[in-house]
Write a protein that binds this ligand. Structure first.
Ligand SMILES: NC(=O)C1=CN([C@@H]2O[C@H](COP(=O)(O)OP(=O)(O)OC[C@H]3O[C@@H](n4cnc5c(N)ncnc54)[C@H](OP(=O)(O)O)[C@@H]3O)[C@@H](O)[C@H]2O)C=CC1
Ligand SMILES: CC(=O)[C@@H](O)[C@H](O)COP(=O)(O)O
Ligand SMILES: [Mn+2]
Length: 380
């Protein structure tokens, strides 16, 4: 039996993780954590019977507690609650599927408590990779990628760290605006940007895919996960999202992982690694694949991707500013407070204004996040 905690259980990755749990009777949910969707969390508590459940704010926690008073479950809230969920003594693995930098501290505490991590929350590694990776070594835990591209790379490497890598080929769909020029993006509305061509995901990552910030974050995520210099990570547009990523080795061999776009595969792979399990669902049919095409990314239109290479190379506090500026800009765009093209402009402005801090601590990272938010608030 594998005991798991799911942070972000009401989201896209969280609910798909619970689908994997439903299909496997040797996975037991011990703790669930969500932001504010207490209706769905209540259903999940009733179905999966965790011992602990967390919601972010205390008012929602009180309401949930009242609603589930017929069930033996402890309801907690806030950061302390998230950390309690991620450090329960008898859990084996934490699925880190909260969106955003709020995931940093519960992930760090889980590692310190000796838990393996199935990591979907890329923002944590982008901003705190220099803290997380040494902790993973120190505490001897496994950090298993859930992000589809990183799972593909991990599968291509078969779990090796890859000192024989010549380059990583990180594929991207190109998003809904692939092929468009900046001038054509002036009037993009929220609904347009939320139409991902291949994947059904949460709102924030869907916007990130449309700006290609998602790919920028993934370049930095890959740098940390696979100990690979940024200049050995090449983004290739693969509009069909069939090739989930690949590794080119020193001898020229290229090993890729292909499949239908289904996040249950990387989730299940992380939960059972190094074992593979049966997974229901559509199979890739090579005879039905009309064509597989490839393009270079347009880094003039999607300038945030070029900027990600820059901040990823510099390191230190720069990726935190890039990520925090994006998180706040996307939130504002989703709330219709700014225009679509303000997103890359805000990120660029915040990055250019920032004075580099080498090796920021967690406290400093959270400080920089706040300062970045304040700058955005004062100007936009
Ligand atoms: N969706 C996908 O296919 C992929 C996602 N990822 C990454 O996985 C992460 C999750 O993405 P996704 O599932 O799409 O996002 P969603 O927006 O669908 O879900 C986010 C989850 O985080 C929860 N949450 C938000 N704020 C808090 C908080 N303060 N405390 C506790 N929980 C909180 C939400 O709760 P609630 O809804 O109740 O407020 C929800 O359960 C992101 O980092 C994303 O980049 C990576 C690859 C693919
Ligand atoms: C499913 C997943 O891992 C997402 O990160 C996805 O890759 C987004 O697609 P883009 O390639 O369009 O960013
Ligand atoms: Mn991805």
């Amino acid at each position: 039996m594998k005991n798991i905690t799911i942070l972000g259980s009401t989201g896209s990755i969280g609910t798909q993780t619970l689908e994997v749990v439903r299909a496997n009777d040797d996975l037991k949910v011990i703790a669930l954590a969500a932001g504010s969707n207490i209706r769905l969390l209540e259903q999940q508590i009733r179905e999966f019977k965790p011992r602990i459940a967390c919601v972010w704010d205390e008012k929602n926690a009180k309401e949930l507690k009242e609603n589930v008073k017929d069930i033996d479950v402890k309801i907690v809230s806030g950061m302390d609650g998230l950390i309690e969920c991620s450090t329960v003594s008898d859990i084996n693995i934490v699925v880190a599927a909260i969106v955003g930098m709020i995931g940093i501290r519960p992930t760090i505490e889980a590692i310190k408590a000796g838990k393996d991590i199935a990591l979907a929350n890329k923002e944590t590694l982008v901003t705190a990779g220099h803290i997380i990776m040494p902790l993973v070594e120190e505490y001897g835990v496994q950090l298993l990628p859930v992000d589809s591209e990183h799972s593909a790379i991990f599968q291509a490497l078969n779990g090796e760290k890859g000192n024989e890598i010549s380059k990583i080929i990180l594929t991207a769909s190109g998003g809904p605006f692939r092929g468009k020029k900046r001038s054509e993006l002036v009037n993009i509305q929220v609904e347009d940007a939320l139409k991902h061509p291949n994947w059904a995901m949460g709102r924030k990552i869907t916007i990130d895919s449309s700006t290609m910030v998602n790919k920028g974050l993934e370049v930095i995520e890959a740098k940390w996960l696979f100990h690979t210099p940024i200049d050995k990570i090449e983004v290739v547009i693969q509009p069909q999202s069939v090739i989930h990523s690949a590794v080119e080795f020193l001898d020229g061999a290229v090993i890729a992982q292909l499949g239908t776009p289904d996040m249950r595969l990387p989730i299940q792979y992380a939960l059972y690694y190094p074992e593979r399990r049966m997974l229901s669902g559509e199979r890739l049919d090579f005879f039905k694949l009309a064509n597989l095409t490839f393009e270079k990314p347009d880094m003039d239109t999607f300038s945030s991707l070029r900027l990600a290479y820059e901040v990823g190379e510099i390191g230190g506090s720069m990726p935190t500013v890039y990520n925090a500026a994006n998180e706040r800009a996307v939130e504002k765009f989703l709330n219709r407070k700014i225009k679509y093209l303000d997103i890359p402009d805000i990120i660029e402005y915040c990055v250019r204004e920032h004075k580099l801090i080498e090796n920021p601590s967690v406290e400093k990272i959270l400080d920089i996040e706040k300062t970045t938010y304040d700058i955005i608030e004062s100007k936009w």
